[in-house]
Design a binder for this molecule. Structure first.
Ligand code: SF4
Length: 362
């Protein structure tokens, strides 16, 4: 590959075809950082929408550092992987406290911030500060696995390191951030999972295309198998309000709110599991009165099937919270003020659409 020619052709293509994203117009470190964290595991249209809302609410890093966790989680609701939002808030407070509110420009300092990995640190340092450092994400790995016809699995650290070194060798001094973004953009728009080689601006440099191995690149080491979980969740209605509880700091989705419930154990029906879980979690004896729906969702390796019920309680309704930091009865329309994990938020949205619950929700 002629590196200089490759870089020129790639940047020329990027200048004409790169997407006009808000944080690219003025690549200041704070909006670039937020966009990079949001873009992990999230489609770009969604990132643009959430980024605009975020910047309207927290226009500066100081605004973010002064915000409460609950408000930050609420704004993040729907993006998933909530540790990203908590880490953003923690990092903002560190930048305020230790760097006087000035985003650090050194890639090693950026890398030390909570929630910032090698890729994100490289992206911020190169895009916002013009530092000649690589930013290698899954897109970049895929592109270079094809350009250089790399036979090894790109999710192994030795192969990833060699691709990082390759990127460093190509970074132009004057536009390292644009180069990194151009490779990512090529991976997103052209050299995607199903590559459009006929429209590729750098096809003449591509070894996999020349050798007919595009379909075999990139190689991936096999991943762990998904784990399936069945759960039961109950919407307990009392006095026109529903019971919600806040998850503990050491739990999955810490700080988010949920309806009580839990895993269905071997030999249990969903209804039996719900009864047991309410006794264990809130010391209430409840009975399902109606099956609402089944919600299916995924997080990390887990594939969850959540059986959802309306339920009523026997006797006095005074919950004691054993699996949560706090809990309360909330009017249905007040749920909009709380941040829920994706599965519970989908349950709420389902009930809002289903005519069976129209009178219940009034
Ligand atoms: Fe990717 Fe095809 Fe371009 Fe090679 S020619 S870099 S495989 S899009």
């Amino acid at each position: 590959m002629n590196g200089k020619r490759f870089t020129e052709q790639l940047l020329d293509w990027y200048d004409r075809n790169g997407r006009d994203l808000p944080w690219r117009r003025d690549p200041a470190p704070y909006p670039v950082w937020i966009s990079e964290i949001m873009a992990q595991q999230t489609q770009m249209e969604r990132v643009v929408e959430y980024h605009a809302r975020w910047m309207a609410r927290f226009p500066t890093l100081t605004d973010l550092a002064g915000a409460g966790e609950e408000e930050v989680l609420k704004l993040w609701e729907g993006l998933g992987y909530y540790s990203r939002a908590r880490n953003i808030r923690r990092a903002a407070r560190i930048i305020e406290g230790e760097y006087g509110g000035e985003f650090p420009s050194d890639v090693r300092r950026i890398r030390e911030l909570p929630g910032v990995g090698d890729y994100t640190a490289g992206a911020i340092a190169s895009i916002a500060f013009g530092r000649p450092v690589p930013a290698v994400d899954a897109n970049v790995l895929r592109v270079f696995a094809r350009l250089d016809d790399v036979p090894g699995p790109v999710n192994k650290s030795a192969v990833k390191r060699s691709i990082e070194e390759r990127v460093v060798s190509l970074l132009p001094e004057d536009r390292p951030g644009d180069f990194n973004q151009a490779v990512m953009e090529l991976g997103a728009l052209v050299c995607s999972k199903r590559p459009q080689c006929s429209g590729c601006p750098v096809d003449s440099h591509c070894l996999a295309l020349a050798q007919g191995t595009v379909a075999q690149r990139p190689q991936l080491a096999s991943k762990a198998k998904p784990i399936h979980i069945d759960m039961a969740t109950g919407i307990l209605v009392h006095g026109g309000k529903v019971l919600v509880q806040k998850r503990r700091p050491d739990d999955v989705w810490p700080g988010l709110w949920e309806f009580p419930g839990g895993c269905i154990e071997r030999g249990e029906t969903p209804e039996q599991a719900l009864h047991r879980e309410f006794l264990e979690e809130v010391e209430l004896a409840v009975h399902p009165t109606e099956k609402v729906t089944v919600v299916r969702y995924s997080y990390t390796r887990y594939r969850v099937t959540m059986h959802c019920f309306l339920c009523r309680a026997e006797g006095a309704v005074s919950p004691v919270f054993h699996a949560a930091t706090e809990g309360r009865f909330v009017p249905w329309d007040g749920l909009a003020d709380f941040a829920f994990p994706a599965g519970h938020r989908r349950l709420i949205e389902f009930m809002q659409r289903d005519v069976r619950f129209a009178s219940f929700l009034d």
